[in-house]
Design a protein around this ligand. Structure first.
Ligand code: GLA
Length: 332
């Protein structure tokens, strides 16, 4: 039986470094993604990639995904380790996503591989299994945003996700705006970034004020340690911005939504220290472009892409992306 599985990448409109603290996020699945094509059978998952060197050959009983080589094979191994498919797979991977650029190329690969090998579990169970896969493959203590939107995206909509209750609500992207992404050219690997350290700092702040999801701005400002105070301030203020952004978009006020993106970038840069001079420069350039309503880094930061909200049809130096539906699989 031939199989083709496709998983979109995602761009996060607002709400970064909040998912792993039970906060709010607003990503959308995009019209660029990763496709795995091939045939089921055998006792290894074997894949070649049109975009990365080497071959991934993963035994069905793999027990150390992080040791797989080449590096991209770790994501394949993570999926096999987390899902334990009954049969293997032989095929190829191709992607239209820039790799290591904050558009979730690794989760898109993991979701496509999972569907290709026949996984058909319920949405939440699927997302959590792939979160374990990503964590085992990379050692990065990621949240659930990427998995949930790639598995549960709705065409024409962003997805408001409450990472505490795991409830999702589609938010329509109005026709009068374009979502544009631009690549800084800086590729980054989260395993080598300060992602885990940031998460630990947020958890240390929680040990002082209780769950950041419930903390007030005043409580956060009372944290004695200035570093932890800044980290917590980002998370608490970003949760507010996600809510306000979704409301602004829904009530036909894209100017306010754009201003909230600018504010989010400032917070990520100054309080969360996950921007770079290149990202700041790109965000500033986009903001100076007529028709752009707001811009911010997207995803974890430390390189990768920025996202801008623009008036529909504005000429912006970047790639316009559309919101697409969830990952899917075809058999024939
Ligand atoms: C990465 C992680 C997500 C999320 C973002 C930052 O994409 O995989 O879980 O934490 O960074 O918002």
């Amino acid at each position: 039986m031939k199989v083709r599985a496709h998983a979109p990448g995602r761009v996060n409109l607002i709400g970064d470094h909040t998912d792993y603290m039970g906060g709010l996020v607003l990503p959308m699945a995009v019209d660029r993604g990763t496709t795995v094509t091939g045939e089921r059978g055998g006792d290894v998952v074997r894949l070649v990639s049109a975009d990365e060197a080497g071959e991934a050959v993963v035994a069905l009983d793999v027990d150390e995904p992080a040791a797989a080589e080449p590096r991209w094979a770790r994501h394949v191994a993570g999926v096999v380790w987390a899902l334990r498919p009954r049969e293997g797979f032989d095929g190829e991977v191709a992607t239209t996503l820039p790799l290591g650029a904050g558009l979730s190329s690794s989760t898109a690969l993991e979701v496509a591989v999972a569907l290709a090998v026949g996984y058909d579990g319920a949405r939440l169970e699927f997302a959590s299994a792939l979160q374990r896969a990503e964590q085992a493959a990379t050692g990065v203590p990621c949240g659930l945003m990427d998995q949930l939107v790639i598995i549960g995206g709705v065409a024409g909509h962003a997805l408001l996700i409450d990472c505490a209750s795991l409830e999702t609500a589609p938010v329509p992207i109005p026709d009068e705006v374009d979502v544009v992404i631009a690549h800084s050219g800086q590729r980054r690997e989260l395993g080598l970034s300060a992602y885990a350290e940031r998460r630990a700092q947020c958890e240390a702040a929680e040990a002082v004020v209780g769950p950041l999801r419930a903390a007030s701005r005043a409580e956060v400002e009372a944290i004695a340690d200035p570093l932890l105070r800044r980290r917590a301030r980002h998370v608490v203020s970003e949760n507010e911005r996600v809510r306000d952004f979704a409301a602004a978009l829904s009530s036909g006020d894209p100017e306010t939504a754009g201003a909230l993106m600018d504010e989010s970038h400032r917070s990520l840069a100054e309080d969360f220290d996950c921007s770079t001079p290149k990202l700041d420069e790109l965000v500033a350039r986009l903001r100076g472009t007529p028709g752009v309503l707001g811009a911010r880094l997207t995803g974890a930061g430390w390189g990768g892409c920025v996202v801008a909200l623009a008036r529909a049809g504005a000429t912006v130096d970047g790639r316009r992306v559309r919101a697409v539906g969830a990952a899917s699989v075809l058999r024939w």
